[in-house]
Design a protein around this ligand. Structure first.
Ligand code: ZN
Length: 287
């Protein structure tokens, strides 16, 4: 059974009045299943919510972990479609119900980047195996589905500085168009301190990846991870537990970088999210 939920069906509750864009207000309560979605659905955003404990949840046909209290998390990628489907079902898998939600489509800007090492724009044939191997290591680190709730403590900036690159922009490197940019770039000198934006477990430490140079991945639980790249130094080892605000690394200009800066990325498994939207959605409770 399909149920289309359009804007005019939304219950506009007290919590919704702070939302400014009518098109992105979602306050939905389905009495039949207790299904609730109070996030702004935007490309690049992290969605955190609760459903009635005991229900199963699928996002676009993909099973999502729901904890004993009904907590679930999923992420919307840079090119998430204009509509997504969430499916709830009872523990026995019956009484399936589909909900369709609109997703705000963003416009991304184009950024010309000159002065990156040419070998990283058109990598030499000999580097392809290395690039593939490193990509697989990163994929594996981001695929961990760990039952820790560290992301719920909220995020803070890992470093203060001028923002020089944003999520989603189309990048043109030395005149040739490359992949979009997924990180938040923060300018800082080589050796500047980088602090843990949220608690977590260290999943990957690599001192020299082809594209990303010194690389660190911290797992915040439920598929949410932070990646820090172009580092000159990583001060942690795999398996280590970090607290929010711990000194974790030093800024560098390693890999495909034009100058010293921190590039911070947030993922939900393989889905790349916008760190600025995550900071807004889950601000640090103790700031
Ligand atoms: Zn960057």
């Amino acid at each position: 059974m399909k149920e289309y939920l359009k804007y005019n069906y939304f219950h506009v509750g007290a919590a919704c009045f702070r939302c400014t864009l009518i098109a992105t207000v979602f306050c939905l309560v389905s009495s039949a299943y207790g299904f609730k979605l109070q996030d702004t659905l935007t490309q690049g955003s992290l969605v955190v919510g609760h459903i009635a404990p005991g229900l199963k949840l699928e996002f676009m046909g993909r099973k999502i972990r729901v904890d004993d209290n009904g907590l679930y998390v999923f992420g919307l990628g840079r090119n998430a479609p204009p509509e997504i489907t969430l499916t709830t079902s009872s523990t026995l898998g019956d009484k399936q119900k589909n909900y369709i939600f609109p997703v705000l489509q963003r416009k991304y800007k184009e950024e010309q980047v000159f002065g990156v090492p040419q070998k990283t724009v058109t990598p030499p044939i000999g580097a392809l195996n290395r690039i593939r191997k490193e990509a697989a290591e990163v994929r594996l680190a981001r695929s961990k589905d760990t039952k820790i709730l560290d992301f719920l403590s909220g995020f803070r900036m890992p470093l203060e500085g001028r923002i020089t690159g944003v999520y989603g922009s189309r990048r043109v490197y030395n005149g040739s168009s490359g992949n979009p940019h997924y990180g938040l770039d923060i300018a800082a000198p080589v050796g500047a301190n980088v602090y843990a934006p949220a608690p977590g477990i260290v999943e990957l430490v690599h001192h020299d990846m082809f594209y990303s140079g010194g690389t660190l991945i911290i797992n915040h639980g439920y598929g949410v991870s932070s990646t820090f790249i172009h580092l000159s130094e990583v001060l942690l080892s795999v398996g280590q537990r970090v607290k929010k605000g711990d000194l974790i690394a030093k800024v560098g200009a390693t890999g495909r970088a034009t100058g010293p800066h921190l590039d911070w990325r947030i993922n939900w498994f393989e889905v790349r999210l916008d760190p600025e939207l995550v900071l807004k959605r889950l601000p640090s409770a103790d700031d």
